[in-house]
Design a binder for this molecule. Sequence first.
Ligand code: 6PG
Length: 250
Amino acid sequence: MPSTRSIEVLATAADLFHAAAEEFVRAARAAIGAQGRFAVALSGGSTPKALYSLLATNYASFVWNRVFLFFGDERHVPPTDPESNYRMVNESLLTKIAIPPENVFRVLTENPDAAAAASDYESRLRRFFEIRPETRPPEFPRFDLILLGMGPDGHTASLFPDSAALDEQSRLVVANWVAKFNTHRITFTFPVLNRAAEVMFLASGADKAEMLRQVLEGKNTPPLPSQRVQPSDGKLLWMLDEAAAAKLTR
Ligand code: 6PG
């Protein structure tokens, strides 16, 4: 499947999250139909919360027992912390749907050693996708869908500009030191993001407009992290609301 990039602009934030929920379920049905399961990595931050709530209300009776949820990145805080992506997803989605707990793969961030938490998560990904570490050239898991957001500096997942994880080419998950937050973040690497069958970026609001113009239309050297998400054999879908898309050439 050649890689494609498409940009969908919805009139309002509410329209955006409805369309994103429909795309999530469309991708899930296709994967479950084709291989009996849907492996998806969720994004954190504030933007996707409304999508997760909508999935919980509008698709409560979905076949969640065929859905396997991972996290594309996580903050190095306990799962009960207000900063935790897992906590946000748990409150907005997991506690409201009948998904078997064994289908939810959270990063064990209670481990004070961020690198160890990242290695543990990597080995659980390898076990789920049956990928042996010694495989040469390195093999990467193929998620059916990876959800991503974009930060004000053009970061995505926890791949921040000028951070070490940008250059990782063999690990699946790393603990990335983020100087401006003075902490580690646990994040998927680009090879995992770019191996996905589909990547869906969600961006909403006027505060994202300038960076979106740079990411989608700009030529940056080095490229911004969000520009480096180019699935090699998959679909790249940017879902935006009008306010976020306001500075794009159309
Ligand atoms: C995180 C995210 C991160 C997020 C962007 C956008 O853990 O923070 O995974 O990559 O998607 O920072 O965040 P907002 O949606 O809050 O603008």
